[in-house]
Design a protein around this ligand. Structure first.
Ligand SMILES: NC(=O)c1ccc[n+]([C@@H]2O[C@H](COP(=O)([O-])OP(=O)(O)OC[C@H]3O[C@@H](n4cnc5c(N)ncnc54)[C@H](O)[C@@H]3O)[C@@H](O)[C@H]2O)c1
Length: 258
């Protein structure tokens, strides 16, 4: 029995920078499950990386479209193109975040107005703008999943302005879920454990965090890209049809500890 029912569904995956990206782990699983995967990238540099990782997947149904989430024009044009090409969008993986390096290095109290706004714009507001642009094409209902982190709930050393952005992202998930539920669109966040990726390099205390999770999480280890991908597939699929507005932790249980 096909429990996932993801085969031939059109899923947009935003945020593959390279093969370490959380979004790439998710995309691989989606392709294996028979979904059509539409990738979005920000800059030409990311496109060449994306083309490289996709080289082994030429027999699969994929598309690659530019979308800079800091620009309304770019978001509208990307989803217009996806809508025209695929007709219906069944799911979106929003795996995008960015903050200025100095805002993660300095004390949080020193965060600049611009740095605060930029982190919010890229990492939280982008989900709202994407949901609104995709909505006209999500005519059969669907599922939107974004990536969050524990730093949105608790103060984690060096996460600073990104923690505040993740708090806004998780609140946006709840408001979007309430707005879009009547259209059959579910919106959820996965709060992933620490995984060594390009974005993680910008967090100064990242290695300490990895060790802490190994020492004190119930599972006594860090999570893998595959484990985050598997839960994302569940959240995109029929298996989670009764769940919306939720933040689901895939973090070896680290967040339950005192
Ligand atoms: N790695 C971790 O430990 C971890 C843990 C929890 C949550 N997350 C979250 O997972 C998501 C993916 O991060 P990752 O760790 O896979 O790192 P990553 O660097 O591989 O992915 C981040 C992506 O965001 C994209 N991006 C940034 N600004 C953009 C813009 N203006 N327009 C379009 N795309 C833009 C980048 O191009 C990149 O593809 C992020 O939201 C991150 O906060 C990561």
């Amino acid at each position: 029995m096909d429990l996932l029912q993801i085969k031939d569904k059109n899923i947009v995956v935003m945020g593959v920078a390279n093969e370490r990206s959380i979004a790439w782990g998710i995309a691989k699983r989606l392709l294996e499950a028979g979904a059509n995967v539409i990738f979005t990238y920000r800059k030409d540099r990311s496109k060449s990386k994306l083309d490289k990782v996709l080289a082994d997947y030429i027999e699969y149904n994929t598309a690659v479209i530019q979308c800079d989430v800091n620009s309304d024009e770019s978001i509208t044009s990307a989803f217009q193109q996806i809508g025209e090409q695929y007709g219906v969008i069944h799911g979106i993986v929003h795996s995008v975040a960015f903050a200025n390096a100095e805002d993660l290095k300095n004390r949080f109290v020193e965060t600049s107005r611009d740095g605060y706004a930029f982190a919010q714009d890229t990492s939280a507001y982008s989900l709202v703008a994407v949901a609104n642009a995709a909505r006209p094409f999500m005519t059969e209902g669907g599922s939107i999943v974004t990536m969050s982190y524990l730093g949105g709930d608790r103060v984690l050393d060096g996460y600073n302005v990104m923690g505040v952005a993740k708090a806004a992202l998780e609140a946006s998930v709840r408001y979007l879920a309430a707005d879009l539920g009547a259209e059959g669109i579910r919106v959820n966040a996965i709060s992933a454990g620490a995984i060594r990726t390009l974005a993680a390099k910008g967090v100064p205390s990242f290695n300490t965090m990895l060790h802490k999770i190994e020492e004190s999480s119930p599972l006594k280890r860090n999570v893998t890209q595959e484990e985050v991908a598997d839960m994302t597939l569940v959240m995109l699929s029929k298996l989670s049809s009764g769940v919306t507005g939720e933040t689901i932790f895939v973090d070896s249980g680290y967040h339950i500890m005192g």
